[in-house]
Design a protein around this ligand. Structure first.
Ligand SMILES: NC(=O)c1ccc[n+]([C@@H]2O[C@H](COP(=O)([O-])OP(=O)(O)OC[C@H]3O[C@@H](n4cnc5c(N)ncnc54)[C@H](O)[C@@H]3O)[C@@H](O)[C@H]2O)c1
Length: 413
């Protein structure tokens, strides 16, 4: 059971970011309450059912058994916490602009219960100024009169779901407090969990750094996707070009082409940046163009795949291999494979899919049949895909993942 001297942490949002943080904090001796407004998620968590691949049911069950972790939807639990972290989604709205409703809602829900001396940290990705101009004013407006002094910091999360090497503990963490005391408290908090904590001068620098990290990836993936469209017609395998260029020991970093970008970060965060630029009467045309290039990549992929179909006909049967947003996860949110399916279907092709980690996708289920397809597109290299069976049957495969270069019946993007 948790000891009375244990420091208490409340984590709002128990998803890809919040739950791994909770488990890492338990491991480091914190007494953790995981708050989530989804009662179904809370119920599952409390019986040891993890909603994310990075945390096994066993790890969760051990944390529950130790008495140092439980989940709840009751925000009154915030009143016990020395530290409160916010790890809720910051997606885009239908206009592809920042949607801070979950962040604002979570902040509002926590505010009345923050105890005096508590540290509140926002980990959710957002544009510079979010802690100062969004989170803190909501707290100030809704806090109880008793919470004499509160501390605020930002520590943008860098988790990479499915990554076997980098995790909450060994990934250096950017931290910045709104004032010196807040900063010191936040540095000590993350220092108790993470191997390396990087002190950043202002919350705005930390917030902007997070956007830069993911925009850097979007732009470089856009560049390599553009490069792919130049190499393909010239009969040059772009992946071999990237591998060759990677032999340069400095000034080059390899990015690989693909169907597009997916997940909650790469397609989303750069649009927080472009929106923020617009608020300041500025623009970010390189980012906008990279976004457009990536969003349209599925059309090039579809054409390349149809060229491989034996009849190259107008109504091909196409099998999509891997539909999650990346390998090793079951998460299909923002998957670029959606655009590919939609495009092929609109052109009159019959599209089926297989993904060993995904049981249903956009109201469809995976096919059990492997025969009768004109072409297969390896969109995401999920473990357990029937690649050799398809090779055996003789179905041509377009590999968009650079996984099977040079193998019989498989062509690289
Ligand atoms: N997933 C990633 O790879 C990743 C990596 C780095 C940063 N981030 C950022 O971290 C933040 C969280 O992302 P995530 O992937 O963990 O999201 P998620 O969707 O996996 O989990 C968020 C959880 O928050 C809960 N929630 C939503 N609104 C709430 C509220 N008002 N009160 C309480 N709970 C609420 C949801 O029910 C859900 O369980 C986002 O800002 C995201 O951009 C995500």
């Amino acid at each position: 059971m948790a000891s009375v001297s244990q420091k208490s942490l409340a984590i709002i949002g128990q998803g890809y970011v919040g739950l791994p943080l909770a488990m890492a904090a338990v491991e480091s001796g914190w007494n953790v309450i995981g708050l989530d407004n989804s009662s179904a998620r809370v119920e599952n968590l409390n019986v040891g059912q993890s909603p994310v691949e990075d945390i096994s049911n066993e790890t969760l069950a051990n944390a529950l058994r130790s008495g140092s972790y439980r989940a709840s939807s009751n925000f009154e639990n915030v009143s016990n916490a020395d530290v409160v972290t916010i790890c809720v989604p910051t997606p885009l709205d239908e206009k592809k602009e920042p949607d801070l409703s979950a962040l604002r809602g979570a902040t509002r829900s926590a505010a009345p219960y923050l105890k005096s001396g508590a540290l509140l940290v926002s980990e959710s990705t957002s544009y510079p100024g979010t802690l100062r101009n969004e989170v803190i004013p909501i707290i100030e407006k809704n806090r109880s009169n008793g919470s004499a002094h509160l501390y605020f910091a930002t520590a943008p999360e860098r988790v990479n779901p499915g990554d076997q090497v980098w995790n909450q503990k060994n990934t250096p963490r950017l931290v910045s407090g709104i004032d010196k005391e807040s900063h010191d408290k936040a540095m000590a908090f993350y220092g108790s969990i993470c191997d390396a904590v990087v002190s950043v001068e202002t919350p705005e620098i930390a917030e902007a750094a997070k956007l830069l990290e993911n925009t850097f990836r979007l732009v470089n993936i856009g560049l390599i996707n553009e490069f792919t469209k130049l190499c393909g017609p010239a009969g040059i395998d772009v992946n071999k070009v990237v591998t060759a260029a990677s032999s340069k020991p400095y000034g080059f970093m390899p990015f690989r082409p693909g169907v597009g970008v997916g997940g909650h970060c790469i397609p989303v965060d750069p649009l927080y940046l472009t929106w923020w630029a617009k608020q300041n009467n500025l623009s970010a045309p390189i980012v906008q163009l990279a976004e457009k290039t990536n969003t349209e990549m599925h059309k090039y992929v579809a054409n390349r795949a149809l060229e491989l179909a034996p009849s190259n006909n107008k109504t091909a049967r196409v099998l999509l291999l891997g539909v999650a947003y990346k390998a090793g996860v079951s998460d299909v949110r923002e998957t670029p494979v959606s655009y590919l399916r939609e495009h092929l279907t609109q052109q009159g092709h019959a599209v089926e899919w297989i993904d060993p980690l995904v049981t249903s996708w956009e109201d469809t289920i995976p096919t059990k049949e492997l025969t009768g397809f004109d072409v297969a597109i390896l969109a995401v290299n999920q473990p357990g895909l029937p690649i050799s069976d398809l090779q055996h049957i003789g179905i041509p495969i377009l590999d968009c993942t650079n996984s099977y270069s040079g193998q019989k019946g498989i062509q690289s993007l």
